[in-house]
Ligand binder design. Structure first.
Ligand SMILES: NC(=O)c1ccc[n+]([C@@H]2O[C@H](COP(=O)([O-])OP(=O)(O)OC[C@H]3O[C@@H](n4cnc5c(N)ncnc54)[C@H](O)[C@@H]3O)[C@@H](O)[C@H]2O)c1
Length: 399
């Protein structure tokens, strides 16, 4: 298939591009390199050294793999995106091209605006470009399990049957997101659902859990094909932070009581899910929602899993609870359904094995690149950025 990957320079976009290319699809990656710029603002850097997109694409060809096409531009720029969709005429669009850090979106007004404008406008442009130039294409859009929040009932896959005053209907599952970033994903979901309804577009919203791991068959082909690993307090996921902390003998810092429970999945399962979604497209007019994760853990359980795996490697991890910068329930019910991708044939990998099968050791091999100052939060959900730059971050231009 002819596939566009928006956000193809990112943590998931680059491994997805190689995975689909190796399986015979004609892949074009699109990226604005905004992520590399936003990293510079925070002073963060991938723990694993990553090459530029141009170098990675060239290396892929040098290794005898099919050519991956590259388009550099911002999908919030209508003229750019329209030209790409018109000229490439994709059959599927995998949309990773968004801002993806909840903490970044809570740093200040400016950061909330950057996040929501980038994500909501970019996705709106994708929908209009599909309507005008690729109406049969299938949009595979990355949402997040964080759209649902933590309701006191089971979380369904996108829709719930409601009985009310003698009538019933199947309606979108209520959303209670926990940051301006997660809210941007909810706004996207509504816009995509509406576009499917009025224009007959086909879309799959993948409400993905937290992804971990850096090893895929393709990234392991050459160190120059590595994907990024974020561990800092803004972009790093809780699991990555724990892995780094264990690797440098720093306490594993659990926010608050550690009862916050979320869904997780291995990066290899993300790639498999994307391929399953692409090969089994939604019908015209259908807005399909899959919950994309394989296991759920509380933050406390996650710290224990990492500590257990690190101990098996002969390390000496300790766990410490610190003040929670976020406003979130620290103990709650959580039962999220996730059967639709399993029904399509997903064969999950599990965290305990991935930690032992190379992830922790890969992290330790790069321990000299860890910036300890980036491990602890310098923001709160109520006050935003609490570092010395805090004041100037509140105002300023959005760019
Ligand atoms: N990584 C996770 O654990 C996770 C979990 C759930 C959902 N997701 C979603 O998956 C997607 C990809 O996540 P990731 O971890 O690869 O993020 P990432 O930040 O590593 O990659 C996103 C890429 O999109 C690009 N981009 C952003 N805005 C753009 C724009 N306007 N035009 C062109 N390119 C743009 C960035 O430059 C970056 O290279 C995101 O939408 C994210 O919300 C990720």
């Amino acid at each position: 298939m002819n596939i566009l990957i928006l956000g193809g320079d990112g943590y998931l976009g680059w491994p997805t591009a190689m995975y689909l290319s190796r399986r015979g699809h004609d892949v074009t990656v699109v990226d604005s390199f905004h992520r590399r710029l936003w990293d510079a603002e925070i002073g963060a850097e991938s723990l694993l050294p990553i090459r530029s997109l141009r170098e990675r694409v060239a290396l892929w060809s040098e290794l005898g793999q099919p050519r991956i096409h590259m388009e550099v531009g911002d999908i919030t720029d209508w003229d750019f995106l329209e030209a790409v969709v018109r000229e490439r005429a994709p059959e599927a669009i995998v949309h990773y091209g968004e801002h993806r850090a909840a903490p970044f979106s809570m740093l200040s007004r400016r950061h909330a605006v950057i996040t929501q404008v980038n994500n909501v406008v970019g996705t709106l442009n994708v929908l209009f470009a599909m309507r005008d130039h690729a109406p049969d294409a299938h949009l595979v859009k990355l949402g997040t399990m964080g759209e649902y929040g933590t309701p006191n009932i089971s979380i369904e896959e996108g829709y719930i049957e409601i009985h009310h005053e003698g009538r019933s209907d199947v309606l979108p599952y209520p959303k209670q997101p926990g940051s301006f970033y997660h809210l941007s994903k909810v706004h996207d979901s509504h816009n995509i659902h509406f576009a499917c309804k009025v224009w007959g577009l086909r879309a799959t919203d993948l409400n993905q859990g937290v992804v971990y791991g850096v090893h895929t068959e393709e990234t392991d082909m050459h160190p120059g094909l590595a994907t990024r690993f974020d561990y800092d307090h803004v972009w790093g996921t809780v699991l990555n932070r724990f892995c780094v902390q264990a690797a440098i003998d720093h306490p594993l810092t659990v926010y608050g009581k550690g009862g916050q429970t979320r869904g997780f999945l291995d990066i290899r399962d993300t790639l498999a899910c994307i391929e399953l979604a692409v090969l089994n497209p939604a019908a015209p007019g259908e807005f399909r929602v899959f919950n994309q994760f394989t296991e759920q853990f509380s933050v406390g359980e996650l710290a224990e899993k990492v500590a257990e795996a690190a101990t098996k490697l002969g390390w000496d991890p300790i766990i410490e609870n610190i003040a929670n910068p976020r406003v979130e329930a620290e103990e709650h019910f959580y039962n999220a359904k996730h059967t639709k991708l399993l029904d399509l044939g997903l064969q999950p990998h599990y965290l305990s094995e991935t930690l032992i099968d190379g992830l922790l050791e890969t992290v330790r091999a790069h321990a000299d690149r860890v910036d300890r100052a980036l491990l602890l939060p310098s923001h709160t959900w109520t006050e935003g950025w609490i570092g010395p730059e805090a004041k100037e971050q509140q105002g300023g231009e959005v760019h």
